[in-house]
Design a protein around this ligand. Structure first.
Ligand code: NAD
Length: 478
């Protein structure tokens, strides 16, 4: 199928979408049935019961696993093309649905997902020959993957997982966050519709019309789920680690950034501002605590304010702490992912300028703004006497999540030393956090950074089983 035919299919699906109501669209009261082994009753992959969603994905797997690789590649290209065309609407819908983050940044995340998620080309066969014959290794699917997805990147994760997991030959059951149902289900349905219009099996991705913690738990324990992929905060990480299944677990982060006395301070301040304010600080990789060496501290503070950050004074910092940290020491959900101007107004009654996307506060290394993963465009900045003090405080603030860390310095020995100390899945020197996932840096992207279970940034290989085929004393020219 050539590009023109693919474009025609995408156009047809888009025109169908315009004639159908938007939204998560499983008809209410419509019970899915199993007749002659065929699960029916779903609508573009959305079922009223999670058991039916899993059964449908299982059936789809038997068909998907017979689809030739060349066809699989064509379908993955359809996902990329559709996501590109729908990017703007999906980004707007995500913000409407979750009431968090910024649509223009959701667009960037979606773009990274459809442009930079590796596809089937990553799964090349490895072959070795020797005196005893030949062996080859191929990447094969697990089967049905159950993926529990976060509210912070719902659609970008659908795009990323559909490309990476389907590329590896799996089918998928999504467990969306209850606060991100509409955007997760609708983007999944649209992709399913485009794929089936192009001839792919139905229900390559499925979900349930009303996802809850209970349906997530069914996914975590169901016999027909071959692999669990869990992306979220501490509670779901705990639940996944207790699950009897093999689980790829991508947990919370609290990325620190260190600025030492050799850094290009102006560039560091702009990078920290842009990273920390990105999508209102929702992504797990964004700068969430900042440690600046005393010799350049005042210069850094002036530069980040110059870029647009609003510096809270002592009283405002105290009031802000009371507002965003609850008495039982949790982050107040009312402020998560909200605009800086909203947080400043609601929490401390301050009106900030319209181009201000980040609030900053001068705090100590054990302040709640440093310790908690706020996911609010509010960055605690700590003055440190030396580089050594800064890296130790940063290490302490990261809580051993081993997720992401950032440094600004001109000294290669310090880049190396800090990278080794932090031992994180993602590490950035002299740029914003996004550089580690292809946003301003080299390389592919991933929306599941599996620190807890150790896989790191997940790609089709992560969602594959490596299998070996050996032929003894044969299959050689020499
Ligand atoms: P969350 O933990 O509230 O929810 C994540 C998912 O887990 C949702 O689908 C939710 O319904 C489900 N869930 C939550 N508790 C559960 C339980 N006890 N049992 C079963 N399912 C449960 O997280 P969120 O607010 O959606 O996302 C933000 C968190 O996710 C942050 O901590 C962030 O760092 C982390 N995150 C990590 C990565 C990564 O790749 N490491 C990527 C994105 C987000």
């Amino acid at each position: 199928m050539d590009d023109q035919r693919i474009a025609e299919i995408v156009r047809r699906v888009l025109s169908e979408l315009q004639t159908q109501p938007q939204g998560a669209t499983a008809p209410r009261g419509h019970v899915a049935t199993c007749m002659g082994g065929a699960v029916s009753g779903g609508r573009d992959g959305v079922f009223n019961s999670i058991e039916d969603a899993i059964a449908a994905a299982k059936q789809a797997f038997t068909r998907w696993s017979k689809v030739p690789l060349s066809e699989r590649k064509r379908y993955i290209q359809i996902i990329r093309d559709l996501s590109k065309q729908r990017n703007h609407e999906w980004a707007e819908m995500t913000v409407r649905d979750t009431n968090m983050g910024r649509a223009s940044h959701k667009e960037i995340k979606n773009r990274l997902a459809y442009e930079l998620t590796p596809g089937p080309e990553e799964l090349s066969t490895y072959c070795q020959t020797g005196d005893k014959g030949m062996m080859l290794e191929e990447y094969t699917p697990f089967g049905v993957i159950g993926t529990i997805t976060p509210t912070t990147n719902p659609v970008a994760t659908v795009i990323n997982h559909s490309i990476a997991m389907l590329s590896a030959g799996n089918t998928i059951v999504f467990g969306p966050h209850p606060n991100a149902v509409q955007c997760t289900l609708q983007s999944m349905q649209e992709i399913n519709r485009a794929l089936t219009a192009a001839g792919a099996p139905a229900n390559l991705m499925t979900s349930v019309s009303e996802p809850t913690l209970k349906t997530a738990k069914v996914i975590m324990t169901h016999d027909d789920i071959s692999l669990l992929v869990v992306t979220g905060g501490p509670a779901v990480v705990r639940a996944a680690m207790e699950s009897p299944k093999r689980a790829i677990v991508a947990g919370p982060g609290n990325p620190p950034v260190v600025v030492d006395e050799t850094a290009n301070v102006g560039h560091a301040a702009v990078s920290v501002y842009e990273g920390s304010s990105f999508d209102n600080n929702l992504p797990c990789i964004t700068e969430k605590s900042c440690f600046v060496v005393s010799a350049v501290y005042d210069e850094f503070l002036a530069a980040i304010r110059q870029r647009g950050a609003y510096l809270l004074d002592r009283q405002q910092t105290e009031a802000m702490t009371r507002a965003v940290i609850t008495p039982d020491d949790h982050v107040n959900k009312d402020y998560i992912g909200k605009d800086a101007s909203y947080v400043a107004q609601q929490a401390v009654g301050v009106t900030v300028s319209s181009n201000c996307d980040l609030l900053i506060a001068e705090v100590g290394r054990d302040h709640p703004f440093i310790v908690h993963e706020l996911m609010i465009p509010l960055l605690g900045i700590v003055r440190c006497n030396s580089y050594e003090e800064a890296i130790q405080a940063a290490h302490h603030a990261e809580h051993g999540f081993k997720h992401t860390a950032i440094i600004h310095t001109q000294r290669i020995d310090r880049i190396t030393e800090f990278a080794q100390l932090m031992d994180c899945n993602l590490f950035v020197a002299n740029s914003s956090c996004g550089a580690c996932l292809g946003n301003g840096g080299e390389g592919y992207t991933a929306f599941t950074i599996a620190g807890k279970s150790g896989e790191g940034p997940c790609t089709p290989k992560t969602f594959s089983r490596r299998r070996r085929f050996a032929i003894a004393n044969a299959m050689r020219f020499v």
